[in-house]
Each structure stands twice: as structure tokens, then as C-alpha cells.
Unconditional design. Structure first.
Length: 183
């Protein structure tokens, strides 16, 4: 009996302003059909408070389409397989996922890549043969000339960062995306 793993679709299109890259989907997200579906996840409140979206969005599949079409924000993950925790994803799975993600990013050519946490940064940089930066925010390296911006992961498992801190980082991301869009 072959059971397909739970996963999430990508919300991607050519020429997006921002592509959001998570580690991998959570089980609640894969079941609900959209990223950051866990009601304790701080992504949606931080997104709405930051001004990244042009207007308030309610979590759900419709919000994903609105963010993609109206705001130019796409979504994908390094690893597509859903799991309960990041630690459930092995190093080889991260390596393969990062290589596949690099192909997607080359094909879609977003203006800015938004990484949720340092794990996706490390995975992508390794796959691209780059040395990752160690700080939050705009990175000193690019992927195929596309800037990388790292914010803390909004997962409830990452309690080290408050909602207020996440909003601050999302506002910095918005400002950076606005600057990159003017180039």
C-alpha cells in the first residue's frame, strides 16, 4: 500500500514581488490546504499588522490567491512533505528539496526571496554553494541575483520572538521589497 505524504501546493507565478519560503508544511497546514494554518501561528497577525498585504486578509486558500494575484506574494517550502516538527525532516530531504526549490526560483524569478527562519537559508545556500549570512534581514548573498531576506519563523514552536518583533521584521521586509521593486 503506497500512501502519498501530506503536502501543500505552491502559490507561484512568474515575476512575483516576494516569494515566501518556509521549512516545510505543518500537518495542520497540509490538512487545511494553506500555509500557517495552525491558529497559534503568528504569521497572519504579523502579516496583517505589517502592511505587507495591501489590505487585511483572513487565513485560508482565498487569502493565498489574493496575496498571489493582488499583492505579488507567492508561497512555497524547501521540503514539500508535511511533518509535525522541523526535526522530522532529514538532512538528505532538505538537500533534495533545496535543489528543487532553486529550480523553481530560477524559473519564476521573483524580485525578493523571503525565508522563514535560518533553516531554509542554510539549506538553500548549501544547495547553491554559497556561505549563508548569520543575521536576520537582508543577506549578503543572492540566489541567481535575487536578494534573500530572513525573518524569524512565526511558528508557535519559536517562542523566542514575540508577535511585535515579527511585525517589526515583516515591516523591514516590506520596506526592502519596496526598494527592490524600484530597481
Amino acid at each position: 500500500m503506497n500512501i502519498e505524504p501530506l503536502t501543500l501546493p505552491d502559490w507561484l507565478a512568474p515575476g512575483l514581488r516576494i516569494v515566501s519560503v518556509g521549512i516545510n508544511p505543518s500537518l495542520p497546514s497540509a490538512r487545511a490546504g494553506f500555509p500557517f494554518a495552525n491558529p497559534r501561528n503568528r504569521f497572519w497577525p504579523a502579516l496583517n499588522a505589517s502592511g505587507l498585504a495591501r489590505a487585511h486578509v483572513e487565513p485560508g486558500v482565498e487569502a493565498m490567491n489574493t496575496l498571489l494575484l493582488r499583492d505579488g506574494i507567492g508561497f512555497t517550502d524547501v521540503v514539500k512533505r508535511a511533518s509535525a516538527m522541523e526535526k522530522d525532516v532529514g538532512r538528505e530531504e532538505f538537500r533534495r528539496g533545496a535543489e528543487q526549490l532553486l529550480e523553481k526560483l530560477r524559473a519564476y524569478q521573483p524580485a525578493l526571496i523571503w525565508l522563514h527562519g535560518k533553516t531554509p537559508l542554510t539549506s538553500l545556500c548549501r544547495a547553491a554553494g554559497l556561505q549563508p549570512g548569520g543575521e536576520w534581514g537582508l543577506q549578503p548573498v543572492t540566489l541567481e541575483g535575487v536578494p534573500l531576506f530572513v525573518t524569524p519563523n512565526p511558528s508557535p514552536a519559536n517562542a523566542a520572538f514575540s508577535l511585535e518583533k515579527l511585525v517589526e521584521w515583516y515591516k523591514r521586509l516590506r520596506e526592502t521589497a519596496d526598494l527592490e521593486g524600484r530597481k
